[in-house]
Ligand binder design. Sequence first.
Ligand SMILES: Nc1ncnc2c1ncn2[C@@H]1O[C@H](COP(=O)(O)OP(=O)(O)OP(=O)(O)O)[C@@H](O)[C@H]1O
Length: 279
Amino acid sequence: MIEISDLTKTYGGRPVLDGLDLTLGPGITGLLGPNGAGKTTLLRCLATTLAPDGGAVRAFGLDPGVPMQRTALRRRLGYLPQDPGFYPHFTAFDLVDYVAILKELTDRRQRHAEVRRVLAEVELTGQSRTKVRKLSGGMRQRLALAQALLGEPDLLILDEPTVGLDPEQRMLFRALVSRLGEDRTVVLSTHQTEDVAALCERVIVLRDGRVAFDGTPGELAGVAAGQVWLSDEAPAGARVFWRTADGRYRVLGGPPPGADVTPPGVEDGYLMLIGEVTA
Ligand SMILES: Nc1ncnc2c1ncn2[C@@H]1O[C@H](COP(=O)(O)OP(=O)(O)OP(=O)(O)O)[C@@H](O)[C@H]1O
């Protein structure tokens, strides 16, 4: 269980986390929010790579502000940062082995077995001896996940893990994360509402460093209930609409004349919530 209370972080006088209160439990929680909402800052506080200015994080009863407890917590978490910053000349195996050394897996034989295990878990056994610079974007992202899985962490923190992946790689990644969420706490930041709908049992929307929504993906979609329309004509005056593959216009907000109401998706609810659309 992870408890976050009254968490604050300020940059240049601007609150990026503004008194955040959250409790996170097992399963997959998705973090959505516009650019600059504070998602990465929150994840870094959870991952113990950034100290908050105020408030508290407790994960599994451990306080990352206390050095001994911080070390204990680091052993129980895996972190896939937004820019993993890999060494391009390392092989996949050596890179994960290097992180394993940093994580203090000191016994060489056990460490190598663990590196092989995590590479197999992300289906990169065949690329163990391939240099990082020769891996595709999807493979690199799976490698980033592999290093986060070292030591079987109870808490997995993934910052925009599917960014830049093609649909096939995204599906593969989704399947992996879904499996991992079965027996641990996964917190995943993303801009992909489809990933949230497909993977997460809970979604938290951050806006200006505060929780703007906390519920299920279905409940987030429900924010736009009765406000999503299909129209044969391009609607005059509507701010958000687009032409769909069947030639009709999908309109968010007030009803265009003669339009049919249609069930909302997570993206519709999110757009309504963050105020991109006014009813
Ligand atoms: N080290 C820093 N120094 C100054 N400002 C920072 C620093 N790190 C983050 N910020 C600012 O804090 C705000 C929140 O950043 P953060 O990366 O947490 O947002 P985010 O929700 O993850 O955004 P994105 O979706 O773009 O990744 C942004 O305005 C960012 O510019």
